[in-house]
Design a protein around this ligand. Structure first.
Ligand SMILES: Cc1cc2nc3c(=O)[nH]c(=O)nc-3n(C[C@H](O)[C@H](O)[C@H](O)COP(=O)(O)OP(=O)(O)OC[C@H]3O[C@@H](n4cnc5c(N)ncnc54)[C@H](O)[C@@H]3O)c2cc1C
Length: 452
């Protein structure tokens, strides 16, 4: 474990724990570090690897976006922020324990689970979050095997729905430079439906996401209804134009590999299994009079996220008289940031703004004396943490393995199981841990035995 930034009682700078190393946790650490140069800042992460949805949500073929990770790296390499991975708050340590040890605790744990779609569940129905985690080789999905079949239907009109569509529709040879595991595109459907409750003009995806689909030159697109008149809003016009360009504005390929149909203004009501697949029933969102059915083998629902650690916090802290979610305050000394605070909306930059708001509140609370820095931080937890934590150096070892021998045409081949991650994290300079190493362990600053 890296050398800990020391902190003695009596210093004016607070000790800070952040739960979650996704964009919100990292931006929050960044802002707090700017304010307090010597404060102990510790980021606890459930997985042995950092960066949350940047690693496990953002599409494997959007490496430009994933490159934000390099900026976050600097927090841990130069900024003196500590990463403690493989520690799930709520399981390995409680929020109360963190609060006893640290002056300030910020929960930036995101929102883990796919929101269910009433009436549309059962076999062959998958959440988009789970599918994107699977495409991104998330260890939670290590043994998950979706079966898309020849026809799949994506329900939802946000950017995540379009990510799933693109990954399913893009030619398997066009993922060069991505970190997509080639096995994840072994079975690609030849027919894809995309169903949205709202009209095309009200769809939530960005026009740039639709424009990107136009690059799939052996795909055919059709759109059942586009409300394309009378819009003055620039963003809506761009969206409509992008959709129309997909259908009328591009040459039809001589042979098509995949056919994609957009259905706007239809609400899914139910799904039933039949001998050859599944029947998805839709009703016209506006009139509720018209209906149609789609025969499909599988369904991916992309209708938002919820739950996770939020439940525990909701029960115990949101009812506190102090709670003020707008500023990120949950309770005295307890704050939240990112998707956990504001719900599952907004891309990565939105979490920076969020962190700014929450940090302003934290700084104000310290400056006005609502919080008096006094707690010793990580050292107080040393006896409570299990011995298999992963620090930033451990993550760097996993990272190095992933990028050193990537699969053909890939920039990285992700390790997708926790046991291997832990093994790699412990392995120094390519040497496996041997009994000899274990015999002479050194003890790090929090009292953990670490093999060097
Ligand atoms: C499929 C998908 C694709 C996306 N693509 C893009 C994109 O291309 N561009 C873009 O700008 N935005 C994208 N976003 C949005 C972006 O990912 C979010 O804005 C951002 O990740 C939210 O940050 P966060 O830190 O709040 O949550 P998260 O990124 O979810 O981070 C939360 C972290 O907390 C950890 N954690 C959870 N529970 C615990 C616990 N109990 N103890 C310790 N740690 C815990 C998690 O493991 C995770 O690392 C996408 C989102 C999704 C779902």
């Amino acid at each position: 474990m890296s050398e800990l930034r020391s902190r003695a009682i009596g210093e004016l700078e607070p000790s800070i724990a952040i739960v979650g190393s996704g964009p919100a946790g990292c931006y929050t650490a960044q802002m707090l570090r700017k304010r307090w140069a010597a404060a102990q800042i510790v980021v606890f992460e459930r997985l042995p690897v950092p960066y949350g949805l940047l690693r496990y949500g953002v599409s494997p073929d959007h490496q430009g976006t994933k490159a934000v990770a390099r900026q976050f790296d600097r927090l841990f390499t130069d900024g003196g922020v500590h990463l403690i991975g493989n520690v799930e708050v709520g399981k390995h340590v409680s929020i109360d324990q963190l609060q006893d040890a640290f002056d300030i605790v910020v929960v930036a744990a995101g929102l883990g689970a796919d929101r269910p779609l009433p009436g549309v569940d059962g076999d062959g129905v998958y959440g988009a979050g789970q599918i994107m985690r699977w495409f991104n080789s998330h260890p939670d999905e290590h043994s998950f095997t979706p079966h898309f079949g020849a026809t799949t239907t994506i329900i939802g009109n946000g950017n995540v729905a379009v990510d799933v569509l693109r990954l399913l529709a893009k030619h398997r040879d066009s993922f060069t430079g991505s970190d997509l595991d080639p096995q994840r595109i072994d079975q690609q459907p030849s027919r894809i439906h995309v169903v949205g409750r709202s009209s095309a003009s009200a769809a939530k995806f960005d026009s740039v996401m639709i424009r990107e689909l136009a690059d799939i030159d052996d795909a055919v697109f059709d759109v059942d209804a586009v409300d394309d008149t009378g819009h003055t809003d620039k963003k809506i016009k761009a969206k409509i134009e992008a959709l129309l360009d997909l259908t009328t504005g591009r040459a039809v390929p001589p042979t098509s590999r995949v056919h994609v149909s957009f259905h706007f203004g239809w609400t899914p009501e139910s799904i039933e299994s039949n001998p050859t697949g599944r029947t998805l029933s839709l009703v016209d969102t506006e009139s509720r009079q018209a209906s149609k059915v789609i025969e499909t083998d599988s369904v991916v629902t992309a209708v938002g996220f919820g739950h996770g650690l939020r439940h525990e916090i909701d029960r115990t802290h949101l009812e506190s008289n102090l709670a003020d979610l707008d500023s990120g305050l949950l309770d005295s000394g307890l704050y939240c940031s990112g998707w956990f605070r504001r719900g599952p909306t907004g891309g990565i930059p939105a979490n920076r703004l969020d962190a700014k708001t929450v940090c302003a509140r934290i700084v104000a609370d310290v400056e006005t004396g609502a919080i008096t820095p006094a707690k010793i931080g990580l050292q107080a937890l040393a006896a409570d943490l299990h011995p298999d934590t992963v620090d930033f150096a451990g993550w760097r070892r996993i990272d190095a393995t992933e990028v050193t021998r990537p699969a053909h045409g890939r920039c990285r081949t992700k390790v997708s199981d926790i046991a291997t991650m832990l093994d790699l994290a412990r392995t120094v300079t390519d040497q496996r841990i041997t009994p000899k190493h274990v015999e002479n362990p050194t003890t790090d600053a929090v009292g953990h035995k670490e093999e060097r």
